[in-house]
Each structure stands twice: as C-alpha cells, then as structure tokens.
Design a protein around this ligand. Structure first.
Ligand code: NI
Length: 167
C-alpha cells in the first residue's frame, strides 16, 4: 500500500467529472487500498478518487470513532433521500477550512464493494453527510462550491497563499 498525494483547492482537476468503474479488478482494489491508507493517514473521514488525481467513481469513508469501519463505495448512486440537516464540513483538499453545508438527513445509496459485489446502504447523520460530500467530488464539486461567492473567493486566496509558502 502507499499513501497518495491529495490535490488541494483550487486545483482545477478537482472540478473534473469522474467516470464509472467498468470492472472491479486488481488495479481498482489497489486504488481502494491506497485511498484508505491515505485517508487514515491524513487523517480524514472520507476520500474520493478525484482528490488523488484519479478520475474514477471510487470513494472510501470511515466515520467511526474507532477508525475501524471502512466503507468502500464504487460507482455510488443515491437511490433515495429524505430530510435536511446542516453540518459543519471540512475536506482534505481544503485544509483548515470548515463551513456549514445543508445536505439530506438520510440517504439510501447503491454501490459496488471492494469485491465488485452490489449492495445498498442506508445512512443518516454524519455518514450520510460524508457520503454525499464524497459523491460530490465524483461530480467535480467541492463543498466550498455551496458557499457564497465572497467566502469562496476568500478561501481561494488563502489556499493560494499557503501553496506559495510551501513551494
Ligand atoms: Ni472532500
């Protein structure tokens, strides 16, 4: 396994749309394992393949406190949703920034697991938020896209300044 580099907002590659996985083969499983290691190492509660510069519809999430409940969703699709909730979100691609986003309270999502087996997951609260956040990444959407233009501009400038400090 290996940890992967995470793209940082406002990298334009974060706004590309990922394509469906045709077959869950050993390369996809390798990606899943590397993404899980990268997420745990960061540490974060979720990671989507486009964040590690791979345009595949693959996400990993673990919202458990013990960090022992890895969920792998390949080609995830919302099949049902209900209610609303507002939660403060953050993102490994937007380090240090947290803001409130409105999402569905409960979702039902259909996906393939790491073995390519289909399953349906019902999620609410934090897990639901996290899955919605990660599915957004597959569609080229970062949580700051829900914020006002003014806030987004401020975040963009802050991120660019941090990047300059690094290089
Ligand atoms: Ni994110």
């Amino acid at each position: 396994m290996a940890t992967l580099d995470i793209l940082t907002y406002p990298d334009p590659r974060l706004h590309l749309v990922a394509s469906a996985v045709d077959e869950v083969d050993s390369l996809v499983r390798q990606l899943v394992d590397d993404m899980a290691e990268t997420m745990y190492r960061a540490p974060g509660v979720g990671l989507a393949a486009p964040q590690v510069n791979t345009l595949k519809r693959v996400i990993v999430v673990d919202t458990s406190e013990e960090r022992n409940d890895l969920r792998v969703l390949i080609n995830p699709e919302l099949v049902d949703q209900d209610g609303k909730q507002k939660t403060e979100e953050g993102c490994l691609s937007v380090p240090g920034i947290y803001d409130v986003v409105e999402r569905y309270q409960r979702i039902q999502v259909r996906a393939l697991d790491r073995d390519g087996e289909p399953f349906v997951l019902e999620a609410e609260d934090l897990l639901s938020v996290c899955i919605q956040h990660e599915i957004d990444h597959l569609d080229g959407k970062v949580f700051v896209d829900y914020l006002s233009r003014l806030k987004r501009e401020r975040i963009r400038k802050k991120m660019l300044k941090q990047l300059q400090h690094v290089s």
